[in-house]
Design a protein around this ligand. Structure first.
Ligand SMILES: Cc1cc2nc3c(=O)[nH]c(=O)nc-3n(C[C@H](O)[C@H](O)[C@H](O)COP(=O)(O)OP(=O)(O)OC[C@H]3O[C@@H](n4cnc5c(N)ncnc54)[C@H](O)[C@@H]3O)c2cc1C
Length: 436
């Protein structure tokens, strides 16, 4: 390798975290007027930022005004807390602002002002160009090794799928997780990091659909409603979320379901739930239920001859109303409304507020928006994102064992951890430069 080029920094993965790391690295050095560093991004896809394009239904929900640390999860809980205290949201928004990405809020969620993910990717692409970062697309990293360089300290030897070798002094692994493989993330970062001695927690899906007993959801497939969702484990409420729920052939989907899905995933051991779980939907609050009881008692009088299937007319969509009645009463809906007792009416109201779906698991990583698990944070410094095992090796973004709730927390993590990795690699590069 005597005459081979050795890059100062190589980043594997041109996603949100990898691009942030590479750009911040160059920005830090240009601020300090350090000599030009050579930076290379190796991206498997034919373009950078493909996953960013898919975020927030193409609108890119890039952060959240509610930055409570309970929205971030890891086996090392303190790790994301530390990283996000070093690179808080304010700093990531300033970084995005420098790139020309202004933000607006919708509720607590932050979006680019354009509400358009492709404008975010464009801003990143221009910044890569302006900061003289070389990008190689359709470059699939297959293997990374530490090798002796002639007369120098060890460097990284990176082998691509076409057999080419690339050499680099510093390396940032930003390959993402194992969810949404069609967007390039097939867990390669885990293989790379474990081959370098790092421990990896098995990946599990989060922000994903929940699978349930299918008899009811399948019959209502495609229908949606707003409700208060509780997730129960052995009868105890372990998560609650108000929002939209969508019925589907396999179970339940929609924003409220996505938000609690990680709690199901975390309780799956060897493919099985460690304890019985249920989703319970509450369609009306207590006050509305009192009004509804009076209304149903009145309908029993005024619509006494009509069939039961007309009882909930205009209260709920017909299909959902009939399903509630079937679940609550277990009798033909052709019977007249007059056949209802007051106890039956209480049972209908109870079902509307405790509509229970036995959980069987979640859909696979293929359908998920983020990955639970990944490279153990214990073996990385939360001050620098540098490996404690391999000098000059950094990791950031979803490849690490950190996952965020639905609502912009995963991109926030990608930006914060990417910026920190880039900043730390730049400091080390500068130290090396000063010493020479
Ligand atoms: C459909 C969808 C919607 C989402 N919506 C949101 C949202 O609105 N808000 C939010 O906060 N989060 C959202 N997320 C999650 C968020 O996109 C990710 O957590 C975040 O992009 C992770 O950033 P990253 O840089 O770590 O990884 P990624 O963005 O996944 O980038 C990793 C890159 O590495 C490349 N790569 C992988 N292996 C190799 C290899 N061997 N060689 C070279 N390159 C490689 C991949 O092609 C990829 O481009 C969504 C995810 C999905 C799938």
């Amino acid at each position: 390798m005597r005459d081979e080029k050795v890059w100062d920094l190589t980043v594997i993965g041109g996603g949100a975290s990898g691009m942030s790391a590479a750009i911040f690295f160059q920005k830090c050095l240009s601020r300090k007027e350090v000599k030009n560093a050579s930076v290379l991004i190796l991206e498997k896809n034919d373009r950078v930022g493909k996953k960013v394009l898919a975020t927030g239904n193409g609108r890119c929900n890039l952060s959240n005004q509610d930055m409570a640390m309970a929205h971030f999860h890891s086996h090392q809980e303190e790790f994301p807390v530390k990283v996000l205290s070093l690179i808080p949201q304010k700093e990531t928004l300033a970084f995005l602002g420098d790139l020309g990405i202004l933000t607006v809020n919708e509720g607590n969620k932050l979006f680019p002002m354009s509400k358009n993910a492709s404008s975010v990717v464009d801003a990143f692409r221009f910044a890569l160009e302006m900061n003289q970062i070389t990008v190689e697309t359709s470059a699939i990293v297959e293997e990374v090794r530490r090798v002796e360089a002639v007369g120098q300290k060890k460097i990284f030897s990176i082998t691509l799928s076409d057999g080419r070798k690339i050499f680099s002094h510093a390396l940032i692994v930003a390959c993402g997780g194992a969810c949404a493989p069609s967007l390039g993330t097939t867990g390669d970062g885990y293989k790379i990091l474990s081959s370098l001695g790092h421990k990896v927690y098995a990946p599990k899906p989060s922000i994903v659909q929940i699978t349930t007993d299918t008899s009811v959801p399948r019959a209502l497939s495609g229908m949606r409603l707003d409700c208060d969702l509780s997730l129960l484990c052995s009868g105890e409420v372990v998560a609650r979320q108000f929002g939209e729920v969508l019925f589907a052939d396999y179970g339940l989907s929609g924003p409220a379901v996505f938000q609690v899905s990680g709690e199901v995933s975390r309780r799956i051991k060897k493919g099985k739930l460690s304890a019985p779980m249920q989703v319970s939907l509450c369609l009306f609050d207590e006050k509305t239920c009192c009004t509804l009881k009076e209304e149903l008692l009145l309908r029993r009088k005024t619509f006494s001859e009509r069939p039961l299937e007309q009882l909930l007319l205009s209260i709920l969509p017909v299909k959902i109303g009939n399903m509630i009645l079937k679940t609550a009463l277990n009798r033909p809906l052709s019977l007249p409304i007059s056949s209802l007792s007051e106890k039956d009416i209480d049972q209908i109201l109870y079902t509307m507020t405790h509509w229970v779906f036995p959980v069987t698991g979640t859909r696979s990583l293929e359908y998920a928006q983020t990955t639970i698990g990944g490279a153990s944070c214990e073996e990385f410094s939360s001050e620098t994102m540098e490996s404690k095992l391999v000098p000059d090796l950094y990791a950031c973004g979803e490849v690490l064992d950190v996952d965020g709730d639905c609502g912009g927390y995963n991109l926030q993590w990608a930006f914060s951890s990417g910026i920190l990795a880039g900043r730390s690699a730049a400091s080390k590069f500068q130290e090396g430069n000063d010493a020479n």
